[in-house]
Design a binder for this molecule. Structure first.
Ligand code: BTN
Length: 327
């Protein structure tokens, strides 16, 4: 951890009791003047830090910005996802940055956030609008010990982790539309774009890109999606602390990643099914080249959706757009 991450971590652990400059200096092995200099820099970033002779330093408030040291300071320290966090003010697509890191041989678990993306992309070639500091736009580089066919497991895991993190931080109860949409009353608040590099029988790396509309105002969505998009802020009626949500989200993603690496996908699939709108419904799936209609029955071991067609055949769906048929 960097010095700033250690300082912020000490503040968060101390809470209202505060922590003395002398204590921090000893713990970090630096002078009190150096501690002071770091604190001045954190204040310039917007951290509200009080200093008093009796209570020492206390963190009163944090700014609404993604700061790698602060995100690291909020985490347990023994996680894979989020052991290395990189934040960009602006980038094309965080999936592209993560892809480059993968090619450079960076260890799995690195997370790339951007405050805004100029070329954010969604599934099926769609664009993903990412207004500055309004959401969580990020990508995770993973090298899971899975067969390439099982990479949908990670999309399912990510959707489940997203729902759990949103519930923990806001009390809201989103649902999942297979495979990757997080919805509130039919309106989408988040999506996942998983991109795979694989050999015939093993995954070289997987990039899991997540876009979560946290504090996006309704008029910031492009007109063509305004009626079908929403944000956590719109659902809750108040703005949400993005850095706190980001840290919880990484924690939940790390937990689910550990579960699937241990072979625990079946239990995760059960949790996913409980939160899923698609299972049990009549749906049409648009595969681009053809459309299939049927009843969504469950997930198989790879995370594919099993669809019972009207002829009684079971189809395995690994991609495409699912629409629930209204009756
Ligand atoms: C979808 O629902 O179509 C998936 C949307 C995924 C958007 C995220 S934002 C972070 C990452 N970078 C991208 O360019 N896309 C994903």
């Amino acid at each position: 951890m960097t010095v700033d991450a250690q300082i912020l971590s000490a503040f968060r652990r101390a809470g209202p009791d505060g922590v003395s400059g002398a204590d921090l200096a000893t713990r970090l092995g630096i002078s009190r003047a150096a501690v002071w200099a770091r604190i001045e820099d954190l204040r310039k970033l917007g951290y509200d830090i009080s200093a008093s002779p009796h209570q020492g330093y206390r963190l009163l408030a944090s700014p609404d910005l993604l700061h790698a040291d602060d995100l690291l300071a909020r985490m347990s320290g023994d996680q894979i996802i989020g052991r290395d966090i990189r934040v960009f003010e602006e980038t094309t697509s965080t999936n592209d940055v993560a892809e480059k890191l993968a090619r450079d041989g960076v260890k799995e678990g690195v997370v790339v956030f951007a405050e805004s993306q100029t070329k954010g992309r969604g599934r099926m070639g769609r664009r993903w609008v990412s207004p500055s500091k309004r959401g969580l736009w990020f990508s995770i580089l993973l090298r899971p010990p899975l067969r390439p066919q099982a990479c949908t497991q990670m999309t399912v895991a990510a959707a489940t982790a997203l729902v759990r993190a949103i519930e923990r931080q806001t009390g809201l109860k989103p649902s999942i539309k297979w495979p990757n949409d997080i919805l509130f009353n039919g309106r989408k608040a988040a999506g996942i774009l998983t991109e795979l590099a694989a050999d015939s029988d093993s995954i070289r790396h997987l990039i899991v890109g997540i876009g979560l509309d946290v504090n996006v105002a309704q008029d910031e969505f492009p007109p063509d999606v305004r009626s079908v998009a929403t944000s956590l802020r719109a659902e809750l009626g108040r703005p949400i602390d993005r850095p706190a949500l980001a840290a919880v989200l990484l924690e939940e993603l790390d937990r689910d990643y550990a579960r699937i690496c241990r072979g625990g996908f079946p239990a995760l699939a059960d949790e996913w099914e409980q939160r899923c709108l698609t299972v049990g419904q009549r749906v049409t799936v648009d595969l681009g080249v053809r459309q299939i209609e049927g009843r969504a029955e469950s997930l198989d071991d790879d995370g594919a959706l099993l669809l019972r067609t009207e002829h009684g055949r079971l189809e395995r769906i690994l991609g495409g757009d699912v629409t629930i048929v209204k009756r």
